[in-house]
Design a protein around this ligand. Structure first.
Ligand code: SF4
Length: 385
């Protein structure tokens, strides 16, 4: 099977780090397909650092697109029409010149199967007018293009200029009739780096082109912090965290910079769902304080879809997963189900999407009003969600 990027031989694939070999992986916003890995754009904060793939600058295929899609839809976590899917969001950019044919091949294969799942495609690369027509041919899948834009102009941190993503967002949002949706994926917001009043104003103006805007912070994991230190980059925080970091004062300034009526969201799934006129597929509605900036019509939509599952329903949904044998339901509330006994995050995300309801791990409590973000930059407030 021909690929547009070099296809790795089996022995080469076997030499990759273990996590890199996992081409289907559940991440928070969906089941992620990553059979093309490698990126020359060199964003210093790239998640590739955490997969042992930072040195992979040229995209390579681990398998053909057809095999990859077969693996995705045959995966135990994949539920037709339900599971949100993300294509190439971990180790490459889906619209790099030699990756884009693979991106379209995956989208078209999923569409030909009649699947109506959400498919998220995150890019900062240049898009072309012909992309509008090609995406408009898709009849079933709900495609959302998320344009990563930060406004960071420090070339050591982000060598690939942010204005490219801004232009792509405008281009792809302009057609009055289009099947796909566009989101300004405003990230990573870092205090002192890209949060001046001017940065906020530019982002607000850009957001006017998109169907929705989501803002979020930086994943500042240990491997990324090590890279910053080794390369003498200005370190944004003096500690690392497993969640994205958005300090409280920064969030307040972002909210103040946008009109109250703007479709601005804290969560990617909320922005994507809103853009398609659907309730949030991650069930964030239970976390009531998340919704205070959401358009009223959307709040009503999510309220109508909010169903608190029973512990039995959760156990039933988990029954097909061998890795969830140790599952314990600690608590069920209007906000979330709290579980214990899961070794990794992936089955928890599966359950969250199967039930359309938040499923939290007792070991990682969500703090009130921090919106599932890292604790860095927030004053102590009352307990768990
Ligand atoms: S109502 Fe709440 S859960 Fe639904 S999209 Fe808005 S912010 Fe998200």
């Amino acid at each position: 099977m021909a690929t547009f990027v070099p296809l790795l031989a089996r022995e080469q694939v076997e030499r990759l780090p273990a996590r890199a070999r996992e081409v289907v992986e559940y991440r928070k916003s969906g089941l992620s397909l990553n059979h093309i890995q490698g990126c020359p754009l060199d964003c210093a904060y790239c998640i590739r650092h955490t997969y042992g793939l930072w040195d992979a600058r040229q995209p390579r295929a681990l398998m053909s697109d057809a095999d990859a899609v077969a693996e995705l839809v045959g995966h135990r976590y994949f539920q037709p029409h339900v599971t949100p899917v993300q294509v190439f969001n971990r180790a490459t950019d889906p619209f790099l010149p030699n990756v884009r044919p693979h991106t379209f091949a995956v989208l078209e294969d999923l569409d030909e199967r009649g699947l109506t799942n959400h498919v998220l495609v995150i890019t900062r690369h240049q898009m072309k007018p012909a992309d509008v027509d090609r995406l408009n041919q898709l009849r079933h899948v709900k495609v959302t293009l998320l344009f990563t834009y930060s406004g960071i102009d420090n070339k050591q941190i982000e060598p690939y200029p942010s204005h490219v993503a801004a232009e792509s967002l405008k281009l792809m949002s302009a057609p009055a009739r289009r099947k796909y949706r566009t989101v300004l994926y405003w990230r990573p917001l870092v205090p002192g780096l890209n949060d001046s009043d001017e940065h906020l104003t530019t982002a607000r103006e850009l957001g006017e082109h998109a169907d929705a805007t989501v803002f979020t912070g930086l994943f500042y994991r240990a491997e990324i912090a090590d890279y910053y230190k080794a390369n003498g980059l200005p370190e944004p925080y003096d500690e690392t965290a497993r969640r994205k970091i958005v300090p409280e004062t920064l969030e307040k300034r972002v909210l103040a910079a946008f009109p109250a009526s703007a479709p601005l969201f804290r969560k990617t799934s909320c922005a994507v769902s809103y853009a398609h006129g659907l309730s949030d597929y991650n069930g964030h509605y239970g976390i009531r304080e998340l919704c205070d900036i959401c358009p009223l019509s959307q709040v009503e939509l999510c309220a109508g879809a909010h169903r608190v599952p029973t512990a039995d329903q959760l156990r039933h949904a988990a029954a097909s997963l061998p890795e969830a044998r140790g599952l314990e339901v600690v608590e069920v509330s209007e906000q979330a189900v709290v579980v214990a006994g899961l070794d990794t995050e992936q089955p928890r995300y599966y359950l969250q999407h199967a039930l359309g309801f938040q499923v939290h791990d007792v070991a990682h409590p969500h703090r009130n009003r921090r919106h599932g973000r890292a604790e860095i930059g927030w004053k102590e407030t009352s307990g768990n969600d």
